[in-house]
Design a protein around this ligand. Structure first.
Ligand code: BGC
Length: 510
């Protein structure tokens, strides 16, 4: 078999550029927590200097609801209009939502703006990894899709610092309108730039546009040389797979429940749900509360909590970009979950052992008082940072890489859109239950997420096949074995009967 090699400058640039979608995702999800604290914003919302929990929850949650719907709608769009044009459309929707938020004149318009922006982000979060997976050489597919996670973390970090900066310098509406407006700029850049990006070669092939598919592959792999043997081999592999799938595959949503695709659907959804059940967003959304519980209070608490956290989250994604394709998805997810689980458990145990839980009638919630035990406080904070770094280097990228690479072409966009929607749904669930957990079971929250991480480690070991270095066309084989994935690893060379072959055999039997 030829290796496509193909790690050209073009393929890096196209992937990085489309990953601007991740920046919008990170920025818009991250910008709101700071803005909700600003007095000029609260005044604009309801004429007072406070927002009710319901108002806060709706402003935060409607974005996630929009993302959920957007990721589901993105599938038919990306099928019919192409991945590239769907990125364009998602940008338009996002820009409208961001503009409505920037120009908000009250609670109603803010909520509408959040929901519209969510539709755009939901679309981008599904299409960008799908697009990159379809144009990436198999050897560096993990790395290229991880670019999206990197840009998410850049967006989250910048959102925090821009918000902190405008809050410090402006005591008027500019404090919240500037951070809300800034996000339009990267979306505009992506909107215009995407028109110059190539179509996904696999989407082209699926539409029968083989000549263009070969042209794009040649552009991405060998500076336009269509006779390069590796390019020709990859082209043939894609073409053959698509032709064969056309004979046996069911392309409707029903196809997701046939043969090994059902297994892939379950595993893809599980990866996304697991990603949220690491508890990452308990930290991302409630960092100031968490750090207060760990014994740090005041303005510096919020700065240390969110600011340092954001920077760490971004830098810790780099090892994943470097090593994900070498170590493989399974190892990275298992090691990541063990690191995160250990950090969460230790944090919970130390808080339980050294802190005192008491009811605060002013806030109406249980709080942990660490009693000025500074070493215990610092220990917990370090554990939280280790947890975040562990996530950034493992489940952050893998949550997006794995689901985008496992489906056959016939139902790839449908599968990816359902798994992405699962991510947003559980993002919402965690954001709703987390404050309740922190206020009621306090340190138990960390024990809970720690245990979840260990359950994930075992599940990955048992059920999730390794996908590194395999082409998208080979996934039929990767998932064609028994449901216990670690057995297939031991017998990596044993041939398995793919769905396609089963389909042909069924046909011959008829
Ligand atoms: C997750 C988000 C999370 C972010 C943190 C993403 O992969 O999907 O829910 O907030 O990582 O970096």
């Amino acid at each position: 078999m030829f290796s496509s090699g193909g790690a050209t400058k073009q393929v890096y640039l196209v992937s990085l550029f489309s990953a601007i979608g991740g920046f919008c995702f990170g920025y818009d999800t991250g910008v709101i927590s700071g803005i909700l604290q600003m007095d000029p914003f609260k005044m604009e919302m309801n004429g007072t200097t406070s927002l009710s929990p319901l108002e806060q929850g709706t402003i935060t949650g409607l974005l996630l609801a929009g993302c959920f719907v957007g990721s589901l709608l993105a599938s038919p769009c990306s099928e019919a209009f192409s991945r590239k044009r769907s990125i364009f459309l998602s940008c338009i929707v996002f820009i409208i939502g961001a503009a409505v938020q920037t120009g908000t004149n009250g609670y109603a318009s803010m909520v509408v703006g959040r929901a519209i922006a969510g539709l755009g982000i939901g679309g981008l979060s599904m299409i960008v990894p799908l697009y990159i997976s379809e144009l990436a050489p198999k050897e560096i597919r993990g790395r290229l899709i991880s670019f999206q996670q990197f840009t998410i973390t850049v967006g989250l970090m910048l959102a925090f610092w821009v918000g902190a900066g405008t809050q410090m310098h402006f005591n008027n509406q500019a404090a919240f309108r500037i951070p809300l407006g800034i996000q339009i700029v990267p979306a505009l850049i992506l909107l215009v730039g995407v028109l110059f990006l190539p179509y996904s070669p696999r989407w082209l092939a699926n539409k029968g546009r083989y000549d263009e598919c070969l042209e794009v592959l040649a552009y991405l792999r060998s500076h336009g040389d269509k006779t390069n043997p590796a390019v020709v081999a990859e082209f043939e592999e894609i073409k053959n797979e698509i032709e064969l799938e056309k004979q046996v595959a069911v392309t409707s949503y029903v196809g997701l429940f046939k043969g090994s695709v059902r297994r892939r659907l379950i595993l893809g959804i599980m990866v996304q749900i697991f990603q949220q059940f690491t508890g990452i967003n308990s930290i991302m959304y409630y960092a100031p509360t968490i750090f207060q519980q760990a014994g740090i209070s005041g303005v510096s608490a919020s700065l240390i909590a969110s600011g340092v956290n954001g920077v760490l989250n971004m830098f810790a994604t780099v090892p994943a970009i470097l090593f994900l394709d070498r170590l493989g998805r399974r190892k990275v997810m298992m090691i990541g979950a063990i690191v995160m689980g250990t950090a969460m458990l230790l944090c919970g145990i130390v808080m339980a052992a050294t802190g005192k839980v008491s009811y605060n009638p002013a806030s109406g919630v249980n709080e942990v008082y660490m009693g000025g035990n500074l070493s215990a406080s610092y220990f917990c904070i370090v554990m939280i940072y280790i947890f975040v770094a562990g996530f950034a280097a493992s489940w952050g990228p893998c949550g997006w890489v794995y689901p985008a690479e496992i489906y056959p072409m016939s139902v790839r966009s449908k599968g990816t859109s359902i798994t992405t929607a699962a991510n947003w749904l559980f993002n919402f669930v965690i954001s709703e239950i987390c404050p309740v957990m922190l206020a009621s079971i306090t340190w138990g929250t960390y024990i809970f997420f720690g245990c979840c991480c260990f359950v994930m480690t075992v599940s990955i070991f048992l059920f999730f096949p390794e996908t590194k270095g395999r082409s998208l066309e080979e996934m039929d084989q990767v998932f064609g074995g028994g449901i216990l994935a670690f057995r297939d690893l031991r017998a990596d060379t044993t041939p398995v009967v793919s769905d396609r072959e089963k389909g042909s055999i069924d046909k011959m039997d008829m």
